[in-house]
Design a protein around this ligand. Structure first.
Ligand code: NDP
Ligand code: 8X3
Length: 249
């Protein structure tokens, strides 16, 4: 039976690459995001195996109504890819806008847990399923300006670990994928609100690409049903942790 995957944030970056890869691999994919034109373009390119669905991760009512609102033949979602998310700002906590903090918490935490809450009972009842969340190395390693963004990804990491406990005894799998520096997406454009500054983030580097993330997701999903990858931390070869900082004087 062809498995149904729901990918959040499929209008750009990782989510788009994951949707493309999984359709190519024979899955049926529900591609979600706010930008309808991008979703329709994806559907035009990938054909009937892709269902475009406008869904705002900040719309709690839409997330709660999601399972029942899916069209016939698309309601039994086997796999949820919790990818939609964002960082806003790189300033120190004391210089940050609280509205940016609230937005990150709303999308990266509240939206992620609400869609998981909406789709998980069906997976448990059918005793099959897989939830993959896109966390970040920012949830593990602190850095200057990472404040609330890193905090949201630390939440995701612990939420996914805790899901494993609750799902023990079922055949539903849960995985947190934690990438470091990645290019080829709109992440830094959104975060820095400045395309030139966003381009400078990747200057003279060879970052992970959306296709690398899609390849990893495809591998995790393709493992035998008795194997659960709990977490994967991945960085480009050109990145490593920078050590602790000391203020002198
Ligand atoms: P992009 O900015 O390219 O893509 C983000 C996606 O999230 C878009 O499709 C966007 O769709 C969607 N999205 C954002 N807010 C909402 C919302 N309120 N409702 C619905 N969809 C939303 O970024 P990436 O592909 O790089 O990022 C994907 C995930 O990977 C994020 O969770 C990010 O935190 C994480 N990540 C990114 C890294 C990187 O360096 N790029 C590294 C580690 C993790 P739309 O605007 O159409 O709604
Ligand atoms: C994105 C990676 O290092 O910009 O999650 O926070 S980082």
């Amino acid at each position: 039976m062809t498995q149904i995957v729901l990918v959040t944030g499929a209008t750009a970056g990782f989510g788009k690459a994951i949707a493309e890869r999984l359709v190519q691999d024979g899955y049926r994919v529900i591609a979600t995001g706010r930008r309808r034109d991008r979703l329709e373009a994806l559907a035009g390119a990938l054909g009937p195996a892709l269902l475009p669905l406008v869904l705002d991760m900040d719309d709690s009512a839409a997330l709660r109504a999601l399972p029942a609102s899916l069209p016939d033949g698309w309601q039994e979602v086997d796999i949820l890819i919790n990818n939609a998310g964002l960082a806003l700002g790189m300033g120190k906590a004391q210089d940050s806008a609280v509205a940016d903090w609230r937005q990150m918490i709303e999308t990266n935490i509240a939206g992620l847990v609400e869609i998981t809450h909406a789709l998980l009972p069906g997976m448990v009842a059918r005793d099959r399923g897989h939830i993959i969340s896109i966390g970040s190395t920012a949830g593990i390693y602190p850095y200057l300006g990472g404040n609330v963004y890193g905090g949201t990804k630390a939440f995701v990491a612990q939420f996914m670990r805790n899901l494993r406990c609750d799902l023990l005894g079922t055949k539903v799998r849960a995985t947190n994928l934690e990438p470091g520096l990645c290019g080829g997406s709109e992440f830094s454009n959104v975060r820095l609100r400045d395309d030139a500054k966003a381009a400078a983030v990747y200057q003279d580097t060879h970052p992970i690409q959306p296709e690398d993330i899609a390849e990893t997701v495809a591998w995790v999903l393709g493992l035998p049903a008795h194997v659960n990858i709990n977490r994967i931390e991945m960085m480009p070869t050109c990145q490593a942790a920078g050590g602790l900082a000391v203020a002198r004087g």
